[in-house]
Design a protein around this ligand. Structure first.
Ligand SMILES: [Zn+2]
Length: 410
């Protein structure tokens, strides 16, 4: 097995599908199709022909002695001006795993899946192909989607041989697989491994998310004539709440379980330098790996906002924008991943994933684990996205070892 071949393939793909601004493998577009065609050529060299399911996901299969199947998944699509590793790293590592077992019959079957439209960069719906296969995609939620140039999702799909109304039939393909495990290698896309100076991490699962809009309503008033004790300042209540939310996240963070909360938007009315803000709207995004902790964080944030609103003589209303449950990975696979990372790199830090991945869609259906590679400066979705080569090679080696361990595990 050669981690060097994986890096060489990644560089070849980047050369073929990037401009000076970065990777351009936007899902359902011509460059993405080129990338898939190039990948099919690599598979052909191993004597493998890929199959496309009803959602446009591309599956490469190496038959083993049994139908039990280890699935290795990731995505070839990228955001516009994206990096060379996001998604592609996992697919190229999968190709190398097929190469590793090619010519010998592995005890179980191996499948490498290139999920269609993981990024959602064109139509705004991430994990499109994997959620269709997992059965969590509602057609009604996506049938109206249109890209920036006015192209409908349904037409972009049709151009690629995918019928929107039949995407859910990809569930049949997934259900027919006797899945032993799902493995995904990805770059971290954050600064945690870098802060520890570790090449490789074991991923515990993907965060659950509670996302709300909070609207504080007081009274707009003249900034010169209204004494401070008589004000109903909605911004101050929102600001005080934001500080309380940070305290709540800090309180629930332990060395083994980091949680986060973010107030990412703030809007005040009337938005005049000489007026006390009568209305202030902020967003709150809370994330944790443990569903109980996430529920507690939300309850505490609500309570804090009510207390603070009352103190400031304003009202507050909460509106949920989005929610997803945490998707913890399989304990046995986490242990195998820990062994593989430790054997290759000497240590095995565990961390949660903040971003969602296709792996999260597989959690209800089979045992899942992910491995993360160090992201330089925590950057991704940009041309600066990188992992130092020595760290990249170590991580690929560790992942290929994880594949071996999983294939031979009982
Ligand atoms: Zn990705």
């Amino acid at each position: 097995m050669s981690a060097h071949d994986v890096v060489a393939n990644l560089k070849e793909l980047a050369k073929l599908t990037s401009t000076a601004e970065g990777a351009q493998r936007l899902a359902w577009g011509p460059v993405w199709r080129d990338a898939r065609q190039w990948f099919n050529g690599k598979l052909a060299a191993l004597g493998i022909t890929s199959e496309i399911d009803a959602a446009g996901n591309s599956w490469a299969t190496l038959k083993g002695a049994s139908d039990r199947t280890v699935i290795i998944g990731s995505h070839l699509d990228s955001v516009p001006n994206g990096g060379w590793l996001d998604g592609a790293l996992g697919v190229m590592a999968g190709l190398e795993a097929l190469h590793m077992f090619n010519g010998q019959q592995p005890p179980v079957t191996l499948k490498v899946v290139d999920w269609a439209d993981e990024e959602g960069a064109r139509f705004g719906r991430s994990l499109l192909g994997s959620s269709a296969a997992a059965g969590s995609l509602q057609i009604s939620e996506v049938e109206h989607l249109i890209d920036k140039t006015g192209v409908k999702l349904v037409d972009a799909l049709r151009e690629n041989g995918v019928e929107l109304s039949r995407m859910h039939e990809s569930q049949k393909y997934l259900k027919a697989i006797d899945a032993k495990a799902y493995l995904e290698l990805h770059i971290e896309q954050g600064p945690v491994l870098e802060s520890m100076n570790k090449s490789t991490g074991v991923v515990q699962g993907t965060f659950g998310v509670e996302r709300h809009l909070l609207r504080f309503v007081g009274q707009a008033a003249h900034s010169g004539s209204t004494p401070i004790p008589m004000r109903r300042d909605s911004f101050l209540a929102a600001a005080e709440s934001a500080l309380a939310f940070r305290d709540i996240a800090n309180k629930h963070t332990t060395p083994s379980a980091r949680v986060v909360c973010t107030v990412g938007t703030v809007k005040v009315e009337p938005g005049i330098v000489t007026a006390v803000p009568g209305v202030c709207e902020i967003s709150l995004d809370q994330r944790a790996l443990d569903a109980g902790v996430l529920a507690k964080m939300l309850a505490e944030a609500r309570a804090a906002s009510w207390t603070i609103a009352a103190k400031n003589n304003v009202s507050v209303e909460w509106k949920r924008i989005w929610q997803i449950d945490p998707r913890p990975f399989d304990q046995k696979l986490i242990a195998l991943c820990d062994q593989a990372v430790r054997e290759v790199t000497g240590d095995a830090p565990h961390l949660p994933s903040g971003p969602l991945h296709d792996a999260a869609e597989m959690v209800p259906h089979m045992p899942v684990v992910m491995m993360f590679a160090y992201s330089a400066n925590g950057l991704s979705h940009c041309k600066e996205e990188d992992t130092p080569e020595a760290y990249l090679l170590k991580t690929i080696e560790a992942f290929l070892l994880l594949v071996k361990k999983t294939v031979y595990s009982t």
